[in-house]
Design a protein around this ligand. Structure first.
Ligand code: SAM
Length: 281
């Protein structure tokens, strides 16, 4: 199948779909919908060519991004917890036969291991801030690396996206940056103006794209989490204070020649990894 053979069924405009199904945006579910189909196609293009690829979409809502993914030829499994979205998503599944599976449920509770029969998949999502961050840290925290997901393409508040890509030494550098960067290279792929959403959120958004990179040898992900938790839990304090509750951490600083008078945000990602490696041994 060449790209010109990709399915292009006629679909009603997204605003019509919303009105037909009475899908007013729910604040409780963090719903801010995207209707601009050109923008949605650009987002769907971020992970690269999707023809025949497995994609997990979390929080499809009325299916704006889902359409773009299906048009790109992806095989999509979508997890959505709003019952009201089942009808419009069902219509999409009919328009793209065999390409869309919809799971009604809470993505925080669904076991990802059972998805796609053990095959690799890309993940895309435009989620409420708290759900997006919880899933993101979960996807990044596995001890098995590389993970089965091949890329993450996720909408965040711009401020959160900047914390994910923050360089060491900057104010935004913290736990999220270390956990995102130690075995991957997250990038801001696109900024999205608040006016692109209905209703518009209070703040600007940005899309993060992450591909798994090499895993440093001999480091436990759980140990790195503990080190960053302790170090940034008291980020204004010197390391000798913030790490003193973590057995072996002060000795590790000495072994590595890291001055215990430094503060967490001055350490590089590699230095955090070296501390965790000594403590993982
Ligand atoms: N993807 C759509 C778009 O871009 O227009 C909708 C985005 S809206 C910001 C977030 C969607 O995630 C909503 O449809 C909401 O119901 C859904 N959602 C929120 N929490 C969820 C969860 N824990 N599991 C699955 N879906 C969730």
């Amino acid at each position: 199948m060449s790209d010109s053979d990709l399915p292009r069924p006629d679909l009603p405009p997204l605003r019509e779909v919303i009105n037909a199904h009475g899908l007013f945006a729910s604040k409780a579910l963090g719903q801010n919908f995207l209707f601009d189909e050109q923008l949605l196609s650009r987002i769907a293009a971020i992970p690269g060519r999707l023809k025949g690829q497995n994609v997990l979409e979390v929080g499809p809502g009325p299916g704006g991004l889902t359409r773009a993914l299906l048009r790109a030829g992806a095989k999509v499994t979508a997890i959505e917890m709003d019952k009201r979205c089942m009808a419009p998503l069902g219509e999409l599944a009919e328009a793209f036969p065999g390409q869309l599976t919809v799971i009604e449920g809470d993505a925080l509770k669904i076991d990802h291991a059972s998805l796609f029969d053990g095959e690799p998949y890309a993940i895309l999502a435009n989620l409420p801030y708290n759900v997006g961050t919880a899933l993101f840290t979960g996807w990044l925290s596995g001890e098995t690396w590389p993970p089965r997901w091949t890329s993450l393409t996720l909408m965040f508040q711009q401020e959160v996206a900047e914390r994910i890509v923050a360089p060491s030494g900057s104010d935004a550098f913290g736990r999220l940056a270390v956990l995102s960067q130690w075995r991957a290279a997250p990038k801001i792929a696109m900024k999205v103006h608040r006016s692109a959403f209905t209703p518009p959120p209070k703040v600007m958004s940005a899309i993060i794209h992450v591909k798994p990179g090499d895993m440093p040898e001999g480091v436990s992900a759980r140990m790195l989490e503990r080190v960053t938790e302790a170090a940034f839990g008291q980020r204004r304090k010197m390391l000798r204070q913030s790490l003193k509750g973590l057995p072996g951490a002060l000795d590790a600083l000495e072994t590595l020649g890291i001055d215990p008078a430094r503060r967490a945000e001055t350490l590089s990602v590699a230095e955090f990894v070296s501390i965790a490696k000594i403590l993982s041994a």
